[in-house]
Each structure stands twice: as structure tokens, then as C-alpha cells.
Design a protein around this ligand. Structure first.
Ligand SMILES: Cc1ncc(COP(=O)(O)OP(=O)(O)O)c(N)n1
Ligand SMILES: Cc1nc(C(=O)O)sc1CCOP(=O)(O)O
Ligand SMILES: [Mg+2]
Length: 222
């Protein structure tokens, strides 16, 4: 998350305010998706958008970034790229999200420099999260909190991890995995700075804009 989003997450120094972190659907046609994305981002407060296209080659990723990055950045939504710090730098993304098998986090930190965001998947592990903090990650991501049909997950995370992390560390934490407007309240109350979602927005029965509104309302009411 860029510094502005991180500051916003903490209300500029007061009570922490959890925010929505949107991840793209697993496959998309950039030109068609751009309109849906714009409408979703205009529907409420979204701190960040992660482009996550696991099956796309570099050319397809570059095309998607060229089309979608301006849609997010024009709305002051941080545009993060999944898995690829190198491509994030080359294409003007605001940062990258790396997992535990996506290369060296320290090398990515160096490549991204101080101004771009580095996010790191830490599953349900205190140890991985502290390691990520030590190499200079801007946020740690814990999950999966709930069953998800978006991805086959091997790791689970418990709500208590969010409580422990947010009591011990200033570094923002993201919660991910099967999160919906209906089940997110305990995560918000436990101290998650961001809730990362795919299905809750893109598969919402009334459309993505309604999905963003529902998530924002649930976060506010938690
Ligand atoms: C915010 C956020 N948290 C976790 C992940 C998962 O990353 P990773 O473990 O590398 O798995 P893939 O997304 O690459 O399948 C994420 N993307 N975003
Ligand atoms: C990309 C991803 N990573 C996860 C993890 O646990 O690390 S869960 C997940 C999928 C999130 O999609 P949805 O909001 O539809 O469950
Ligand atoms: Mg990854």
C-alpha cells in the first residue's frame, strides 16, 4: 500500500480504520473489464486493486496493466501486481504482492525501492510475518480465513493471529480468503487493516458495485 493508503488505514494517527482491498477476477478481458472496474471503484472506498491473472503471459499482463492501471490510479486506488515485482516497476504499478514461492522478498524490496508497496503472503504464520517485516514489507497478508472457491488454499489463518499482530506491530495486516460482507466483522474487530476480496465483489448477485457497497457497509458496521 502506498504511504497515503497506509496513513488512511489508521485515520491519520487515530483509531484504525479497516479498508477494502480488491483483487481482480482470475481471468478477464481488459477492455471489457475496465468499465466494470471503474463502476466498482466508484461505488465506495477501495484502498487498493491487485491485478492477479495467474494464467497470463507477460504480453497479456502488460496489456492488462496498460488498460487497468489508469482506471485505478485516476481514482487514487493503489494498483498492485500479483507475483511480479520486476514487471510492476517496468509498467508503473504502485507495487507488487509476493507469496512465499514468488522469489526473494529482499530482492523485490530493493527493486521496488522505498516508494512502491511490497506485500507478502504469510499464511497463518507469525514467523513468516515477522520475517516479512524484517525485509521491509509494507504489509503482511494472512489467510485463508474462510473456505474459498477462488483458489485452492493449503493454509488457514485464525482470527487470533490478527489480534496478536495488530497488538504487537504497527505494520499493516491484510486478511484474505473467503471474506464476505456477512462474515467479515470478526476480522475487522480483530484489527485487520485491509480485507482482500475477489468473490465478494465480482460474484455479488447484484453486481460488483453492490459488492463494494456491501463490503464497505459491513466494515463500517463491524
Ligand atoms: C492480499 C493477498 N494476500 C495473499 C495473496 C496470495 O498470494 P500467493 O500466496 O502468492 O498466491 P497467489 O495469489 O499468487 O496465487 C494475494 N495474492 N494477495
Ligand atoms: C488469492 C488468494 N490468496 C489466499 C490466501 O489464503 O493466501 S485466498 C485467495 C483467494 C481470495 O478470493 P476470495 O475473496 O474469492 O475468497
Ligand atoms: Mg503469488
Amino acid at each position: 500500500m502506498p504511504a497515503s493508503a497506509k496513513a488512511d488505514a489508521h485515520g491519520g494517527g487515530g483509531e484504525a480504520r479497516c479498508r477494502l482491498y480488491l483483487i481482480t477476477p482470475p481471468a478477464l478481458d481488459p477492455a471489457r473489464f475496465a468499465d466494470d472496474l471503474g463502476r466498482a471503484l466508484d461505488a465506495g472506498d477501495v484502498a487498493a486493486l491487485q491485478l492477479r491473472l495467474k494464467d497470463a503471459d507477460d504480453d497479456a499482463l502488460r496489456r492488462a496493466i496498460d488498460v487497468l492501471r489508469p482506471v485505478a490510479q485516476a481514482r487514487k486506488v493503489a494498483f498492485l501486481l500479483n507475483d511480479r515485482a520486476d514487471l510492476a516497476v517496468q509498467t508503473g504499478c504502485d507495487g507488487a504482492h509476493l507469496g512465499q514461492t514468488d522469489g526473494s522478498h529482499a530482492a523485490a524490496r530493493k527493486l521496488l525501492g522505498p516508494d512502491r508497496t511490497l506485500g507478502v503472503t504469510c499464511h497463518g504464520s507469525r514467523h513468516l510475518a515477522m520475517e516479512a517485516g524484517e525485509v521491509g514489507a509494507d504489509y503482511v497478508a494472512f489467510g485463508a480465513f474462510f473456505p474459498t472457491s477462488t483458489k485452492a488454499v493449503e493454509h488457514k489463518a485464525e482470527v487470533g493471529l490478527l489480534e496478536w499482530w495488530s497488538e504487537m506491530f504497527e505494520l499493516p495486516c491484510v486478511a484474505i480468503g473467503g471474506i464476505t460482507a456477512e462474515n467479515c466483522a470478526p476480522l475487522v474487530r480483530a484489527g485487520a487493516d485491509f480485507l482482500a476480496v475477489v468473490g465478494a465483489v465480482w460474484n455479488h448477485p447484484e453486481g460488483p458495485a453492490a459488492g463494494v457497497r456491501a463490503m464497505d457497509a459491513a466494515i463500517a458496521e463491524a
